[in-house]
Design a protein around this ligand. Structure first.
Ligand code: NAP
Length: 282
């Protein structure tokens, strides 16, 4: 069994991005990301701080917009309109979840698709569907990068994704399909889940429940990707029972240190892509 080391892969992605940012800078082209945070959610605050730090490390300009919990959809839309038209900003990210009084869908739809580095805008979602895309949501994009890094073949393989969220499960299934995997997407209404997952050469779990994927749900030699980020007794853990599943898997991602570190690295890469596109650089 081999551990898929998200820290090493994310470090490689960041280093490559940093070099490209430097090259662009030498041509007088900057790379800029605006991050909007509404309210005081502690987890969101940490995510935003981590994104800012990653930008700084890579030479990407980062601007933070902190709005109070009481901010209205209209105020948020006004800010997005300014950022959509600001040349120095190539990527715009609005940290989710938004407070209940804000219309999340309207906000997502307001971000210019060219600057939508989270790839949540319907236009980018549609482009992923037809396989002609610039941005992919950062978590599934990071998983594809890890599989590539470890030379894990997808073509012709049976792939099972547990979870069908717009952020992880659905785009994940679509990316595996584009790479010629034979893909099944499971969810809470799937019957005999273990019967389906046991057939997977590549199994991705994006459920959000600790100890959900047990050894008897996994085929011998499977590649197991654990997207889950759960807290158990205050400790961060994934969806997969690592100890028992790692004995059957050929490759497995740990939590922490697997998929998690990839997400920010891919956000940086998406922001670089946005700048290159906006400046007509191939
Ligand atoms: P989500 O929107 O809550 O989706 C969870 C999915 O799991 C749903 O599709 C749900 O099915 C399915 N599910 C729930 N119970 C199930 C069951 N008993 N059997 C089969 N499927 C079941 O969550 P998400 O946003 O996709 O995130 C999933 C996990 O990944 C969370 O732990 C989250 O924290 C983590 N995450 C990690 C990263 C990272 O960077 N590492 C990034 C994003 C998310 P239904 O659709 O039928 O309800």
């Amino acid at each position: 069994m081999k551990i898929i080391d998200g820290k090493s892969v994310s470090a490689a992605v960041k280093e490559e991005t940093k070099q490209e940012v430097k090259e662009l800078k030498s041509k007088g082209i900057s790379v800029g990301l605006a991050v909007i945070l509404v309210g005081e959610d502690p987890a969101s605050k940490i995510y935003v701080a981590n994104k800012k730090k990653a930008c700084e490390d890579l030479g990407i300009i980062s601007e933070e917009y902190l709005l109070p919990e009481t901010a209205t959809t209209k105020e948020l839309l006004e800010l997005i309109d300014v950022l959509n038209n600001e040349k120095s900003i190539n990527g715009i990210l609005c940290q989710l979840p938004l407070p209940n009084n804000i219309d999340e869908k309207t906000v997502i739809n307001a971000i210019s698709p060219e600057k939508d580095v989270d790839a949540f805008h319907p236009s980018n979602v549609g482009r992923i569907m037809i396989g002609d895309y610039d941005f992919v949501p950062c978590t599934p994009a990071g998983i594809m990068e890890m599989l590539k890094y470890y030379n894990i073949e997808i073509s012709g393989k049976t792939c099972v994704v547990i979870g069908r969220s717009n952020i992880v499960g659905k785009p994940m299934s679509m990316l595996l399909l584009h790479q010629n995997g034979t893909v099944t997407t499971c969810h809470s209404r799937t019957k005999d889940l273990a019967e389906v997952t046991k057939k997977a050469d590549i199994l991705v779990s994006a459920v959000g429940k600790a100890n959900f994927v047990k050894a008897d749900m996994v085929k011998d030699g499977a590649v197991v990707i654990d997207v889950g980020m759960n807290r158990e007794n205050g400790k961060l853990c994934g969806d997969v029972c690592f100890e028992e599943v790692s004995e059957k898997a050929s490759y497995i991602t740990p939590v922490p240190g697997g998929v998690g570190p990839m997400t920010i690295a891919m956000l940086m890469k998406n922001t670089l892509t946005a700048s290159k596109k906006q400046n007509n650089i191939k």
